[in-house]
Design a binder for this molecule. Structure first.
Ligand code: AHR
Length: 739
């Protein structure tokens, strides 16, 4: 039986205008060569510099941080000059002498001898016939050296060319290049017949056509993909990049403002260098141009806790605090103050009114976080009470003041669908919730319809409690497949094209169709039960297992026992996958209480909790499941009996536009069958409605560069005769009809 019952006149809560936002992090080359329209890779020649404090391992091409975190480092300068090559007789070397300024660790010394040096861009440079591109370089030369600057094919066919003469101390030389052809694999070539050596301190190539035509701006097509999502806010700049994996790689606002050639580069923990060109100012400028609110996330005095954390000492902690204060002042202070003056000098005399949210850290937790949260929150709130502050852990459980908490979920589609009511039992008076990062990741790496269905089902639950869960943002936003570090991502791009995965279109549908309030409603649906397992019996004595047997799928388990001290942890049905692909259950007994938790992906689901006293030296544990039912006995006594949350065939939410009376029903059908769903209301339902549907022939369907529109929403009129709607198999739908 499938039925959606709703009472349009019964208002449950107003909608949260901020419910759908976006989160930008520089991951998968989302910044330089992505949203940030720079076309030259390694424009400042410092991509290969080993980050301060780290050790390089040439065989593994990795670096290790001072605290022991190892991460890939594919572009060490010992391997060549990343992104650049010399043609013909030209010779080029990196130097750390006579660099452009203190932020620049390297310069490029070139002797052309009739040859050229070439930059290959991010998988080539894409130019269009008639398109214009601003190039500049800073260079120094004792004698005049005439250089031709060309956009050309790999084989030397010229699309655009200009000349300039370099002479004397460091000077900036500019030229405008107009391409006469379309080409996605062009290169930028600097050629000269001179025998003299010049030193180049910095280079840049930008299309003149950027979002809102800003110099140093954003790639128009990618920025427009963001605004098409109707976001309410943008979270920036991370994510783990805020935390870094060493003190030196932690994000600092002060490195990201001012002339781009004076900004310090930032080695990201996603395996490449960011120039800082897409900095704090550009972030605020985009928010202002797009008419959305800005959420700034800052480091709170520690590196990433999942990557051998470093907890900063008092002096550095205070520096990070001051960095956050300066960022806020940069955005908000009048132009005649120090930081407001810097903003004015960068072209924005008026304060940026878009800054609204401040997040203290990213994915930080525990005691170390609580101390730092307090350090930041109390002082910032006193000085800047006008902002909404976001914590990354439920610090209210430690008695700390909290406004909004940022929860993150990465799991499989079934997790999201089964947990669509995760927040419905929450106390509505508690801290507001921001689901700042979530995505169906497991089994959905390419961005599948199934992922979008799971996420959509989850969001129908969230919409019902949007007076409490006020904001969400999918993560991550962008991926250039030539540089993937994390999948799936909402928007896939290369140097000239892009497409949205099905989740992109689902979010566009949800964010466009809001209504003004959530009305009274009930959804009746059948369910699928989740995985079945078997029986599992073990006896523990002290710290060991002394007897045991496992049946069916229970092959793997591990334990940590200290029965005499009342502690036992049993991990069972463990697929042995690590990290993002993990899938196991933990039965943990400690301090007189126990719980069974399902860990799947980076997320967890508490199956049952309750009392559990271990006494003596012996514990016989029996875990019995029949499909999705769990029964746990300890020493023959039943401790838990619970059922895994099942998968609803249909999930739905109804909102009403108070001004027009329009009803908006979001319906997700995660099954492989078409479902006739009754619509029951205390107000008449018309015979026809309008329905926008996102569906495809298979759950695994997705979009691609070859077929970017394979899974996109389609709208049509539908019959509601007899008060029912046919909901297509595997579909996300927005059904609307007038009062
Ligand atoms: O979205 C990718 C990463 O996932 C973010 O950087 C981090 O916050 C989370 O662990």
């Amino acid at each position: 039986m499938y039925r959606i019952t709703f009472s349009p006149d019964k208002k449950i809560c107003d909608i949260s205008p901020a419910l759908y936002g976006i989160f930008f992090e520089d991951i998968n080359r989302a910044g330089d060569g992505g949203l940030y329209a720079e076309m030259l890779i390694n424009r400042a020649f410092d991509d290969g510099v080993i980050p301060q404090g780290c050790t390089y391992h040439s065989k593994r091409r990795t670096i290790t941080s001072p605290t022991g975190w190892e991460s890939s480092f594919p572009c060490a300068e010992t391997e060549g000059i990343y992104g650049w090559s010399a043609l013909g007789n030209a010779r080029m070397t990196l130097t750390d002498q006579n660099t452009l300024n203190r932020a620049r660790k390297r310069a490029l010394k070139v002797c052309f001898h009739g040859g050229a040096v070439v930059n290959h861009g991010f998988g080539g440079i894409s130019v269009t016939a008639g398109g214009t591109y601003r190039f500049y370089l800073f260079a120094v030369s004792e004698k005049p050296v005439e250089i031709t600057v060309s956009l050309q094919s790999a084989t030397g066919k010229i699309y655009a060319q200009q000349s300039l003469t370099v002479e004397g101390d460091y000077t900036r030389y500019d030229c405008l290049l107009k391409s006469d052809s379309d080409e996605n694999e062009a290169v930028l070539a600097l050629h000269s017949d001179s025998e003299d050596t010049i030193t180049i301190g910095f280079t840049s190539l930008f299309p003149t056509d950027t979002f809102h035509n800003r110099e140093n701006g954003l790639r128009r097509d990618l920025a427009e993909r963001l605004t098409a999502l109707h976001p309410a806010f943008l979270r920036f700049p991370g994510g783990c990049v805020v935390e870094g994996f060493s003190k030196e790689t932690a994000y600092r606002f002060e490195d990201t403002i001012g002339p781009v050639w004076e900004r310090r580069p930032h080695w990201l923990l996603w395996g490449y260098n960011a120039t800082g060109g897409l900095g704090f100012h550009e972030f605020l400028q985009f928010c202002e141009d797009a008419g959305i609110d800005a959420m700034y996330v800052f480091n709170c005095g520690m590196t990433c806790q999942a990557r051998c954390p470093d907890y900063f000492d008092a002096e550095l902690l205070e520096k990070m605090y001051q960095d956050a204060v300066h960022a806020i002042l940069y955005a908000s202070a009048p132009a005649d103050t120090e930081w407001g003056g810097k903003r004015a000098a960068n072209g924005h005399p008026e304060p940026f009114k878009c800054l609204k949210y401040l997040e203290i850290g990213n994915e930080n937790y525990g005691e170390e976080y609580c101390r730092r949260y307090r350090y930041f929150y109390d002082r910032l709130k006193a000085q800047f009470p006008q902002y909404t502050y976001i914590a990354t852990d439920h610090v209210e459980k430690n008695g700390l003041p909290v406004e909004t908490v940022d929860d993150h979920y990465y799991s499989d589609p079934a997790f999201f669908a089964a947990n669509h009511e995760m927040y419905s039992g929450f106390d509505r008076d508690g801290a507001d919730i921001y689901v700042g990062e979530y995505a169906a990741t497991i089994g959905c790496k390419n961005g599948t319809l199934y992922g979008a269905l799971g996420e959509a089902a989850f969001l129908t639950g969230i919409e019902k409690v949007q007076d409490r869960v006020k904001m969400t943002s999918y993560a991550p936003l962008f991926n250039n497949p030539a540089y993937t570090a994390w999948e799936p991502d909402l928007i896939i791009f290369n140097n000239h094209a892009s497409y949205g995965i099905p989740s992109y279109y689902m979010l566009e549908m949800f964010a466009k169709n809001r209504g003004s309030y959530v009305c009274g409603q009930q959804v009746m649906t059948d369910y699928d039960r989740r995985c079945g397992h078997g029986v599992f019996r073990y006896t523990f004595r002290g710290e060991s297992v002394i007897a045991g047997s496992a049946e069916k799928n229970c092959q793997y388990f591990s334990h940590e026992a200290d029965i005499r001290n009342g502690q036992l942890k049993v991990s069972f049905w463990d697929t042995c996958a690590q990290g993002e692909d993990q899938d196991h259950y933990d039965f943990v007994c400690e301090g007189g209480r126990s719980a069974v938790t399902h860990y799947i992906g980076w997320s967890r689901e508490i199956i049952c909790e309750g009392k559990c006293e271990l006494s003596g030296d012996l514990a016989q544990v029996e875990i019995h499941t029949d499909r999705d039912e769990f029964e746990i006995k300890v020493n023959g006594v039943q401790i838990h009996k619970a059922v895994l949350k099942p998968l609803p065939h249909i999930s739905a939410v109804c909102t009403v536009d108070g001004a027009t009376g329009k009803r908006i029903v979001k319906i997700v059908n995660i099954t492989e069958k078409e479902i006739r769903t009754e619509l029951v209301s205390d107000r008449p339902i018309p015979d026809r409605g309008f329905m926008t549907t996102l569906t495809a022939g298979s759950l695994q369907a997705g979009n691609s560069f070859e077929d970017p529109q394979a899974v996109v929403p389609v709208s049509r009129e539908v019959e509601l005769t007899g008060g029912a709607v046919i909901v297509p198999a595997r579909s996300v739908n927005i059904l609307t009809f007038p009062a």
